[in-house]
Design a protein around this ligand. Sequence first.
Ligand SMILES: Nc1ncnc2c1ncn2[C@@H]1O[C@H](COP(=O)(O)OP(=O)(O)OP(=O)(O)O)[C@@H](O)[C@H]1O
Ligand SMILES: [Mg+2]
Length: 301
Amino acid sequence: MNAIEIRNLTKSFGEKQALRGLDMTVPVGAIYGFIGENGSGKSTTEKIVCGLIHPSGGTVKLFGRDYTDADVRAKVGVLIEAPGCFPNMSVWNNLMLQAANLDISDAEEEVRKVLKLVRMEGAASNKFKNCSLGMKQRIGIAMALLGNPTLLVLDEPINGLDADGMRIMREVLVDVTRNYGCTVVVSSHILGELEKVATHYGIVRGGKMIKEMTAAELEAGCRTYVALSTKDIGKTKAALGCKYSRVEEDEKGYLRVYDAESPEEIVTYLYEKGILVREIKTDKIGLEEYYIDLMNEKEGK
Ligand SMILES: Nc1ncnc2c1ncn2[C@@H]1O[C@H](COP(=O)(O)OP(=O)(O)OP(=O)(O)O)[C@@H](O)[C@H]1O
Ligand SMILES: [Mg+2]
């Protein structure tokens, strides 16, 4: 069963066509990393899934039922932009208020449970306005988790978080899917971070889904390369360029060779040219590079 099944979704804001026939499939239990450049249609798609705006056309099914179905709507938790909290109220009271809005009967127990899930038990009495950005984002998730949702839609929840904030967020996302039975859609531009938790990916461009894949498919589809360093990178690059078709210097100053048979082959070749290899290893490109390659391909670069 799929948590989300979107077919041919369109959305126009006046003249602006934000979505142009977008398809999306999110299996139950997934942490679905939703990726795309600014303005590609991620937030618009998420807002439609959450019932915050209406589509112009297409179908949206949640757990096999139309997304407007009231029972299914009640199962969607959402954090888009900042959480709607009262700054002068405590974290606890903000959550209790939301629980009352949702008519949750065992509110105290439920609030305690979601606070624990987002690692905020110790900060329940803090005023919302005094919480750090990372805490505020987690409070937003706690809000979204009230009412036992089975689908959680989070729009850029890790933006602006420090390393520790991101690590906690990662733990929370894994926890809510594994132990709480939630399917999570999470949009982000921080691909290296997303890659650590996502089980599935969807890449949008210009209001269309251009690629959907599982983490295993990404892993299998990512090309391997040999990375090496020498004393004279410029000379080495020139030498390697005579034999290999794609040689690039990465941001750490290593040369990457994408079409070599083995590291040994490169070491031997360079030795014959009088160049000694200082360091060498085989690696795979990650999500970030995969994404950049895909975008360049689409642009015909
Ligand atoms: N309320 C609106 N009125 C007019 N245009 C809108 C509105 N909301 C979104 N758009 C436009 O629709 C397109 C898609 O926007 P959307 O916010 O979905 O992109 P996004 O992928 O979330 O981008 P980002 O990565 O910057 O958050 C953009 O061109 C945006 O300007
Ligand atoms: Mg957005």
